[in-house]
Design a protein around this ligand. Structure first.
Ligand code: ADP
Ligand code: NG1
Length: 436
């Protein structure tokens, strides 16, 4: 068992905010008891390193202010009961030992909670009927927008269940458990979202690498600001196959390179990834560039060469981004160096990985015209762009997006633009608040 310092911190009462006050009242009104504690898990914005985590390459995200908070109380009856502050997410109640998720269609919102509970209950009660739990959920992360709202739900549910059952795992163990648990929804994500949800540190981004999982703080240029802007196109990645198709293309790319070098797919260490093949071959990313250039264009109806080329070039960009941040004194013009990496990332996601969207491309183009570098962030096919700019340009940039994009979009009518386009700062990872 990991030492206490490695575990998710537990604080006293939550700060008195409208949200926790509202959640407490809602919980008491509905369940006739007060909650025993609260968990809070942030969303995230990935600065660079898109669609590379499931290939085994490092990523560079930071946690957002927007989060999921759950008010929690354990129950003797073996029942899972979930309510949501937002009435458009309907209540769920059912036996806790019969939880399952449906695949192939857009999941119900509470299935993400179930993923977290299934993973946590298997850990807490490997051989007996799990104890029940009641949860009241309130989330502020824009859903299906590439800012990890689904993982915040999964991570918060697992954390709530384990804390209620006095199981203490390290943040690393939590991140790995939740990455496995979220795959029950049917998407083969790599673990970035769950890792940053637990390992994020206030004030810096994180360079997250795999096998073994590790997170290193990355200080960003003091003058740099990251602005997130929603395209108003929602894209639920569990509702269709586009995400898993990309994972499959990358696995096939890894298998082809492995086979052509006489390497065996190792059933013990799990799915073969491009990074694992690189490691087995003992070559650097430049050599991998040559190897992916020789891949077939397609296998069946899956594109292989372009997908793998994106992965290797994006992995190189992550290393360059991190290196610029580590050597800021030697790098006068961070804005254009980091900005160009973001711009190349976007072009690659749009052209090679085909995970962008016309509206996102238009927002990136508008940003470019304004002299700001931006890219699609998260899974894509909708969702948000993240833009890098100096503090001095923030106000005029946001105004430009409002005038040229949001005020012309019928989808933005009636929306609070502060929730659609906002400045981010790196926040801390998950935590627990007692209710007394
Ligand atoms: P993301 O990129 O935000 O993780 P996903 O498509 O993976 O996008 O997950 C989005 C889904 O998560 C939503 O369709 C909804 O089912 C669920 N979800 C997100 N936020 C909330 C919330 N505040 N309350 C309930 N469910 C939510
Ligand atoms: P979002 O943006 O939360 O849908 C998904 C995956 C990540 C990563 C990114 C693309 C999940 C839970 N998340 O994130 O692991 O692959 O896409 O970089 O599957």
């Amino acid at each position: 068992m990991a030492g206490y310092d490695d575990t998710v911190p537990v604080f006293g009462r939550p700060p008195a905010t409208d949200r926790t006050d509202y959640l407490r009242t809602m919980f008491e009104d509905y369940f006739r008891h007060p909650p025993e504690f609260y968990v809070r898990v942030p969303g995230r914005v990935n600065l660079i390193g898109e669609h590379v985590d499931y290939c085994g390459y490092p990523v560079l995200p930071m946690a957002l202010e927007q989060d999921v908070i759950i008010a929690v109380r354990g129950t003797v009856e073996p029942t899972l009961h979930i309510i949501n502050r937002n009435p458009s997410y309907r209540d769920y109640v059912g036996p806790i030992n019969e939880l399952h998720t449906s695949h192939g269609t857009k999941p119900e919102w509470y299935e993400y909670i179930m993923c977290g509970i299934i993973g946590a209950a298997e850990m807490a009660y490997p051989d007996s009927t799990p104890r029940g739990i009641t949860l009241a959920v309130c989330g502020t992360i824009p859903p299906a927008a590439g800012l990890s709202s689904s993982s915040a739900l999964v991570c918060a549910a697992a954390l709530a269940y384990l804390h209620d059952n006095e199981v203490k795992l390290s943040k690393m163990q939590m991140a790995m458990l939740c990455a496995r648990s979220e795959r029950l929804i049917g998407t083969a994500g790599g673990g970035m979202d769950q890792a940053i949800a637990f390992l994020a540190e206030e004030g810096c981004a994180s360079y997250i690498s795999w096998n073994p999982l590790s997170s290193t703080p990355v200080s960003l240029p003091q003058e740099a600001v990251f602005v997130v802007a929603h395209s108003l196109v929602e894209a639920n990645k569990a509702a269709n196959n586009v995400f898993n198709d990309r994972v499959q293309s990358c696995t096939i790319a890894a298998q082809i390179i492995a086979q052509s070098h006489g390497l065996e797919d190792d059933p013990i260490t799990g799915r073969l990834t491009i990074a694992k093949v690189q490691n087995l071959l003992g070559v650097d990313l430049d050599k991998m560039r040559e190897l992916v250039a020789a891949l077939p264009i397609t296998v069946g109806n899956l594109k292989i060469r372009d997908r793998a080329t994106h992965v290797i070039e994006e992995a190189i960009r992550v290393e360059q981004f991190r290196s610029v941040c580590a050597n800021l004194k030697d790098c006068g013009d961070w804005e254009s160096v980091l900005g160009n990496l973001m711009r190349s990332s976007h072009r690659s996601l749009s052209e090679l990985y085909e995970s962008s969207h016309d509206v996102l491309n238009e927002m990136v183009r508008l940003s470019d015209e304004f002299g700001v570098h931006a890219r699609v962030t998260g899974a894509g096919w909708g969702g948000c762009i993240v833009a890098l700019l100096p503090r001095s340009k923030v106000e005029s940039y946001v105004q430009m997006l409002i005038t040229t994009f949001y005020s012309r979009s019928s989808l933005a009518r009636g929306c609070d633009t502060n929730q659609l386009v906002f400045v981010t700062a790196p926040h801390r990872g998950a935590l627990i608040y007692g209710a007394t």
